[in-house]
Design a protein around this ligand. Structure first.
Ligand code: ADP
Ligand code: MG
Length: 607
């Protein structure tokens, strides 16, 4: 008996003692090896007609003997190859199990471990193989980590038969399931549905005997896989209905997707992707429970049902599949490559999604606005997160409400409408569009013919801060204190009012551009009133305060009255100042504090 190489031995022991719950992937591994062997012979057949045949992968179950066989008529192996390929882990120099600080179990699940996965379910494995062009057949067999034997054998056609003797069925290790036709069919569908060669099995079914009440058992060969995935089919042959049917079948979602597109190869990596925007965000989308990701296939073989690494968080609402021929299935082959390849794939997909959305914005604005209403918060979060690293990529696919009308607008569109002498992009934030429209500052800006973006999402104002500017135009809140009006006539009165409101506002200033209102609240510095409200609503933050400024409109009758009172009755001016402040609070949607006092003072004024 020959000994396994040290590293192979380690892997083998890991397989034998595996407590990994997805032992079922052994079948995927054997089928993909068979498919590789068929590929190789198929390639030869292009120049050597003797190699041509009906390429096929057969599965045979034997309940009595408790065996399962995976048989191919591919290229086969001679004695030397059996030795080299199955006695060592596929020529890998070093086997870096813990290389990526993932556990062994995770590695098995994500990338498979090739042929040795058989030992998770079998206690003895026999491989009979005959190489194409050779007259001898050879048998490799092993009952575990002790070692293996290679001996002459018999096989009619070229190809390979892998025969697994299943481990005994125990309470924690149900190997019996792999003797069930139904279960095997299910596994082929799950992992190997898109292998391009037919995977066949003789299946048993019952049928009523004609003219009697008796049933008879019939056995017939069936092809278990559907072979050609929709994303690899010729685009011109696929109808919208096919795409929708695939979506419904895969995601059990009865709401049609809002949008979908297929993409292939960009840059150095070859891949096919089919990506859907679900009609409705899943109920848990904005929670930590939501699991994002695209299904990752390597040449038609499922590697991971939800591969998170393929999508940035902000596109986490997308569903779909990515199939790349450049990903190796087996971890034994340069595990370290994995991350680089995945990253390149993810970058390609991210770029493609952005360009699809950009196109959609002009080609079908209605659909894009629906999409944005559903997922805009997520995309805007992408601008905000990681300190704006992605802002340049995403800034053109985000939309806002604005004073220009009902429709959403992009920053680019806003800029195209800017007045010739307008240097800044203005926004105002509040809880609803209606509330923003009533803000004195907004009315003032509108009266001057300036467009104002309406920010109603919690995240919006943070996004604007991260963006800072667009196309060289500064993005500024319309609410920020305007230039102090230099007017000595008012200086002393403003100082008196500031003192009256000590602790409530930092300053009282003049501003004639606040619509028809006598007063309004605004802020100085980074924090706005809306941000103050949002930040304070988060559990970790308490007592965050924006620097408040009370602006008063010198053109308003009440301010004219204030000026008179400053000379004639300072006590009455104190009360009026409180009222002006109270009104400004109400306009900003804030609480009055002492509302009884406000009402008393207001009544006094009305008398
Ligand atoms: P990988 O498929 O990643 O190379 P495996 O452990 O799955 O690693 O297989 C090891 C090697 O054994 C393969 O590279 C191949 O050369 C050989 N092999 C396995 N199964 C077959 C088969 N059915 N026909 C021909 N060669 C095979
Ligand atoms: Mg393999």
């Amino acid at each position: 008996m020959k000994k396994f190489k040290a590293e192979s031995q380690r892997l083998l022991e890991l397989m034998i003692n595996s407590i990994y719950t997805n032992k079922e992937i052994f079948l995927r591994e054997l089928i993909s090896n068979a498919s590789d062997a068929l590929d190789k012979l198929h390639f030869i057949s292009l120049t050597d007609s003797g190699a041509a045949r009906d390429f096929e992968i057969k599965i045979e179950l034997d309940e009595k003997a408790r065996t399962i066989a995976v048989i191919d008529n591919g290229i086969g192996m001679d004695a030397k190859e059996l030795e080299e390929n199955l006695g060592t882990i596929a020529n890998s120099g070093t086997f870096k199990f813990k290389a990526e600080n993932k556990t062994d179990e995770e590695l098995i699940g994500q990338f498979g471990v090739g042929f040795y996965a058989s030992f998770m379910v079998a206690d003895k494995v026999e491989v009979v193989s005959k190489k194409y062009g050779s007259i001898e057949a050879w048998k490799w067999e092993s009952s575990g980590s002790d070692g293996y034997n290679i001996s002459p054998s018999e096989r009619e056609e070229c190809g390979t038969t892998v025969l697994l003797h299943l481990k005994p069925d125990t309470e924690d290790d149900h190997t019996d399931e792999y003797l069930s036709e139904w279960r095997i069919s299910e596994l082929v569908k799950k992992y190997s549905d898109y292998i391009r060669y037919p995977i066949t099995m003789v299946c048993t079914s019952e049928r009523k005997k004609e003219g009697t009440e008796e049933y008879e058992e019939i056995k017939e060969k069936r092809t278990l896989n559907s072979r050609l995935p929709i994303w690899k089919r010729n685009k011109n042959e696929i109808k919208k209905e096919d795409y929708l049917a695939f979506y419904r079948g895969k995601y059990f979602d009865m709401t049609d997707p809002l949008y979908y597109f297929s993409a292939s190869t960009e840059g150095a990596l070859t891949y096919n992707a089919l990506i859907y925007v679900p009609g409705k965000a899943p109920y848990d989308y904005y929670t930590a429970d939501y699991k994002r990701g695209l299904s990752l296939y390597a040449n038609g073989v499922l590697i991971m049902e939800k591969c998170e690494d393929l999508l940035p968080d902000y596109f986490g609402f997308l569903r779909g599949v990515v199939d790349s021929a450049d990903l190796s299935l087996n971890i034994s082959r340069e595990m370290l490559q994995k991350d680089r390849q995945l990253k390149a794939l993810a970058a390609g997909i991210n770029k493609r999604v952005i360009s699809e959305f950009t196109k959609l914005m002009t080609s079908d604005r209605e659909t894009y606005e629906k999409l944005f209403n559903e997922y805009g918060a997520s995309i805007k979060f992408g601008v905000y997160e990681s300190f704006g690293a992605k802002k340049d990529e995403l800034k053109d696919i985000i939309l806002f409400r604005s004073s220009a009308g009902e429709k959403l607008t992009s920053l680019k569109e806003y800029v195209s409408r800017m007045k010739e002498d307008q240097k800044e992009i203005f926004y105002a934030s509040g809880r609803t569009v209606e509330a923003i429209e009533r803000m004195p500052q907004v009315e003032g800006a509108k009266a001057k013919g300036l467009e104002v973006l309406y920010l109603t999402d919690q995240i919006d104002e943070f996004v604007m801060k991260v963006l800072g500017e667009y196309d060289g135009k500064k993005i500024s809140p319309v609410a920020v204190a305007s230039e102090e009006v230099k007017n000595d006539d008012y200086k002393d009165m403003l100082a008196f009012m500031t003192e009256t409101l000590d602790g409530k506002v930092k300053d009282v200033r003049l501003n004639a551009d606040i619509g028809g209102y006598p007063s309004c609240l605004t802020t100085e510095g980074e924090l706005s009133l809306e941000m103050e409200r949002i930040l304070n609503s988060m559990p970790a933050n308490k007592g965050i305060k924006a620097t408040r400024i009370l602006e008063i409109n010198p053109d308003h009758a009440l301010i004219k009255k204030a000026k008179e009172l400053f000379v004639s009755d300072k006590d009455a001016l104190k009360d009026l100042t409180e009222i002006l402040h109270g009104e400004a609070l109400l306009l900003a949607g804030l609480e009055l504090g002492d509302s009884a006092d406000f009402v008393l003072k207001l009544n006094e004024l009305l008398k």
